[in-house]
Ligand binder design. Structure first.
Ligand code: FAD
Length: 404
């Protein structure tokens, strides 16, 4: 039915293109890329990439030859509007591209800090390769960074900056780190580990202004009246899904582009996947918008299957990871809504898992340096099975027996 056009060449967009070809899709595939790089992996941007010295090519999913060989047309540009009646996509260049099916994989963008001096060059964000590259370049000339926001990206960056020798202060409005995403047990562990590494963490406070002299950042003032000196500020206060293209085309949006359990928008010729999509989830009951590589990649595979004749409800099993300093956090399942947690392993030994239950139902597992527990959790979920809280807490209980 005509070409598939994919808007956004991030994790989701790249994967739809690759999976379509794998499934034998033979029509044109055009991938609209508004970043000046081949499609690349985002997670290392706040971790290994800043720490190391490997070039941008180390992040690419595939070399240029892949797109050529697979006849995936990478189109440099930005989509600015959709003509749904005419089934055409308009690019900022003025070019109009007809589509049979349009995939919105537009991701999310940084939520910007609305403070005086927040647009100075020494106030940085971390979403795209160019931002990570810019940070990597200036870190050697900096001595003190204030990180605003103790979410995953803020903490990953803070740990990296500390390893790179900077003085690091982290500000967080919530009473604990990563409060929206993990249990108190995991917050407490990471807070302690970052403090041990020499990072100062300030909870329950907000930045009220950024001070500067002659255009150079000199510090950050806090809501409790304190002032922290700094020559660099890194902001990690969350993201906003890129829904405008869909909204302006009259497609329903809320906290994301609204799609059904097949990832279709209200227009059968347009789908949305990844960070930008608010999808109906029969498994979890209700709508979800997730920000993870698993979500973007599994959405992409499900959509590619539908577009090649294998229509099925999206029913991916969420999982996530975050590397902070020497610690690896892995999450299997969705842990929100738990009313009881059970620990397996020992935080003092830097290896434990938090099993999250609602009643007797296992919702998910947060593992720290316990990859085996994490893999167990993913396999258990895939089998739609559970173990009891008593079994989870009992280290002599053999997890493998639950998978047999
Ligand atoms: P994106 O990868 O954001 O891609 C969207 C693309 O669309 C972007 O290139 C954007 O520029 C482009 N675009 C937007 N609008 C237009 C337009 N109008 N025209 C053309 N192009 C457009 N997840 C994990 O699971 N584990 C991790 O450890 C982890 N670490 C992360 C670290 C960082 C620093 C960041 C930023 C994210 C991290 N994530 C991690 C989250 C993960 O990277 C995202 O969930 C994932 O990239 C989402 O994929 P996506 O395709 O939906 O969006």
């Amino acid at each position: 039915d005509g070409p598939v056009i994919i808007v956004g060449a991030g994790h989701g967009g790249y994967q739809v293109a690759a999976s379509l070809r794998q499934a034998g899709f033979s029509d044109r595939i055009r991938l609209i890329n508004d970043e000046a790089h081949l499609p690349y992996q985002r997670p290392p941007l706040s971790k290994a990439y800043i720490k190391g010295s490997a070039g941008p090519e180390s992040l690419m999913f595939r070399p240029e030859k892949f797109y050529h060989d697979q006849t995936i047309e990478l189109i440099a540009g930005r989509a600015v509007s959709i003509d749904r009646a005419g089934r055409k996509l308009l690019l900022a260049s003025g070019e109009t591209l007809p589509y049979g099916h349009l995939v919105l994989a537009t991701g999310a963008r940084n939520r910007l800090l609305d403070l005086p001096n927040a647009n100075l060059p020494d106030v940085k964000y971390l979403r795209i390769l160019d931002e990570s590259e810019a940070l990597r370049k200036i870190i050697p000339s900096k001595t003190r960074v204030v990180v605003i926001g103790a979410g995953f990206i803020g903490l990953e960056f803070a740990a990296t900056a500390r390893i790179k020798g900077l003085e690091v202060d982290v500000l967080e409005l919530a009473p604990r780190v990563m409060a929206r995403a993990v249990t108190a047990e995991v917050s407490e562990y990471f807070e302690a580990r970052h403090r041990e590494a020499g990072i100062r963490i300030h909870l329950g406070v907000q930045a009220t202004s950024i001070e500067a002299e002659n255009g150079k950042v000199t510090g950050v003032s806090l809501s409790d009246g304190r002032h922290l000196p700094a020559d660099l500020v890194v902001v990690g206060v969350g993201v906003l899904p890129n829904i405008e293209l869909a909204a302006e085309a009259g497609l329903p949006v809320a906290a994301g582009i609204i799609v059904d359990e097949y990832l279709s928008t209200a227009d059968p010729n347009i789908s949305a996947i990844g960070d930008c999509a608010l999808f109906a989830s029969p498994r979890f009951g209700g709508s979800l918008r997730l920000e993870s590589v698993q979500n973007a990649t599994d959405h992409a595979r499900c959509l590619a299957a539908r577009l090649t004749g294998d229509k099925k409800v999206y029913d991916g099993h969420p999982w996530f990871w975050s590397d902070q300093g020497d610690d690896k956090l892995q999450i299997a399942g969705l842990t929100t809504g738990y009313d009881r947690v059970v620990l397996r392993g020992d935080p003092a030994k830097k290896a434990f898992s938090v099993f999250c239950y609602h009643g007797d139902k296992l919702l998910g597992i947060e593992s720290i340096n316990r990859a085996g527990d994490h893999m167990f959790g993913r396999r258990l979920q895939a089998m739609n099975r559970s173990i009891t809280p008593e079994q989870a807490a009992d280290e002599s209980f053999d997890l493998k027996s639950a998978l047999a």
